[in-house]
Design a protein around this ligand. Structure first.
Ligand SMILES: *[C@@H]1O[C@H](CO)[C@@H](O)[C@H](O)[C@H]1NC(C)=O
Ligand SMILES: *[C@@H]1O[C@H](CO)[C@@H](O)[C@H](O)[C@H]1NC(C)=O
Ligand SMILES: *[C@@H]1O[C@H](CO)[C@@H](O)[C@H](O)[C@H]1NC(C)=O
Length: 447
């Protein structure tokens, strides 16, 4: 019996529907974490005497515009429009319920007058500046205790002119820790999208003690030899979603953190529910990084669909004796690596303490780390996994990993110690610590 035309159409319709559902389910996005807001009230930096000639200082214009947004408190917030042009300015603070909108061709450029750069207190979870004891320079664009902030536009640029700071670092003439390009402290409902970040003096985007942060469609650029120019560092923050971005800098592309040694342990603020998706980039350091400052704990991190080129290390988890805290339930999947010194590194010995008061008995716990579906070529060493003797890393699971490269005969493709877990379909064949200790159930159900 031949099926009727109606049956054929019905079957086709169901097939189409199923297919659409599948396609929709696969293209997951950050949407829902922070509501997008369209603001009816708009002002322009030009209304406050803005001059986009690249030479005139616009600090007063930014401060007055943002003061007006803060004090007039228009319903639904206010958009501050930056038209095409180059707006030189000193650092400034944002306020709640605002959108900073950079038109195509708009550049907000940091002054290179490092002598008059404001200083702020160290973060309690770090106890001191990250580079040097004492306070630290305020980020170029700064926010503290804010909510409902959007930084967006048509891919205008925020330029940190970091060279002067990098040179001070190189010449060891820095008096305090260098400024981040953007730091938001204790803030929530943040969107950063469709903006280019260039030449940050130090870390680029630093949300710390924040929740509900979406960062997407951003481009972050700094030279490969620029010191400590991390791309995005979610720090003691929750529900942070980073996606569809290109990052090429001189340090880790994305590094999830949560405070430093005894200060981070005392402050006790973890990072959790962090998603990193469809990020592409290159760096002489790490691609997807966890730590090394992880003293408040880091859990429930998912990184997927990551493309890395010319890397130091593709995937890196790093901690240390004295850090305390935990790193657990970390999943990294669908990673492509082209040219790297190492594919995967999980290390408990990175050193680097804030001072000598760290507790040598504060051992970090690293467990339940799933790394799967990783494909690499030109990877000189597949993996280095070194746990701590008195706190071995457990539940380290590798699945469907293929890392090709020109391994030197002296250098085994995998090196492991003080670690247990499992490995399935891993090539080159990993170390015996991961293959001989295999037990069903030693990896989580997502294995
Ligand atoms: C900007 O914020 C910082 C840190 O919250 C604060 O110390 C500083 O006084 C603020 N600057 C201005 C001009 O309001
Ligand atoms: C900005 O750049 C990103 C990355 O190249 C791109 O995906 C996005 O569409 C651009 N946005 C605009 C508004 O041009
Ligand atoms: C592990 O983290 C993922 C997010 O990456 C989360 O969905 C899941 O619930 C977490 N699992 C456990 C057991 O907490």
């Amino acid at each position: 019996m031949r099926p009727s035309l109606a049956t054929v159409f019905a079957v086709l319709a169901v097939a189409l529907l199923l297919n659409n559902c599948r396609a929709a389910a696969e293209w997951v996005t950050c949407s829902g974490i922070v509501p997008m807001r369209y603001r009816n009230d708009k002002i322009s930096i030009m209304d406050f005497g803005g001059v986009g000639d690249g030479k005139t200082l616009n600090t007063k214009a930014f401060i007055e515009a943002i003061y007006q947004i803060e004090h007039l408190r228009r319903r639904g917030g206010t958009l501050l429009y930056i038209p095409p042009g180059v707006y030189l300015t000193e650092s400034f603070n944002l306020t709640s319920h605002m959108t900073l909108y950079l038109a195509r061709g708009a550049v907000i450029k940091a002054t290179t007058d490092t002598e008059h750069w404001p200083l702020i207190a160290p973060l309690p979870s770090y106890g001191r500046g990250r580079e040097l004891p004492g306070g630290r320079y305020m980020s170029f664009i700064h926010g503290n205790g804010l909510r409902d902030v959007i930084i967006t536009g048509e891919n205008g640029t925020i330029d940190g002119q970091g060279e002067v700071w990098w040179n001070m670092w190189r010449q060891r003439t820095l008096p305090f820790t260098r400024p981040n390009l953007i730091e938001l402290i204790n803030s929530r409902s943040i969107i950063i999208s469709n903006v280019i970040f260039k030449n940050s003096p130090f870390w680029n985007i630093h949300p710390v003690y924040c929740s509900n942060v979406v960062i997407n469609y951003v481009t972050i650029l700094a030279p490969a030899d620029s010191p400590n120019t991390d791309g995005i560092d979610p720090d003691s923050s929750t529900h942070v979603c980073i996606e569809d971005s290109y990052i090429s800098t001189g340090d880790d592309l994305v590094a999830v953190k949560s405070g430093w040694d005894e200060y981070g342990i005392a402050y006790d603020r973890p990072s959790h529910d962090i998603t990193i998706r469809r990020v592409t980039g290159s760096s002489p350091f790490g691609g997807i990084a966890i730590g090394s400052e992880a003293s408040g704990g880091i859990e429930d991190v998912l990184a997927e669909h990551i493309n890395l080129y010319n890397m130091g290390v593709g995937i890196i988890l790093k901690t240390n004796i004295g850090r305390g805290g935990f790193i657990r339930n970390i999943t990294v999947s669908n990673v492509y690596i082209q040219n790297a010194r190492k594919g995967i590194k999980i290390a408990g010995d990175v050193g680097d303490h804030p001072d000598n008061n760290y507790n040598p008995n504060a051992l970090p716990v690293v467990k339940n780390v799933m790394i799967k579906d990783v494909w690499g070529q030109g990877v000189l060493q597949a993996g280095l996994i070194q746990g701590l003797k008195n706190s071995p890393f457990t539940g380290i699971c590798l699945s469907n990993i293929n890392l090709r490269g020109t391994t030197e005969p002296r250098n085994p493709p995998w090196k492991c110690s003080d670690v247990s877990g499992a490995a399935v379909q891993v090539s080159p064949w990993p170390c015996s610590e991961l293959t001989s200790t295999y037990q069903a159930g030693s990896c989580s159900s997502s294995f």
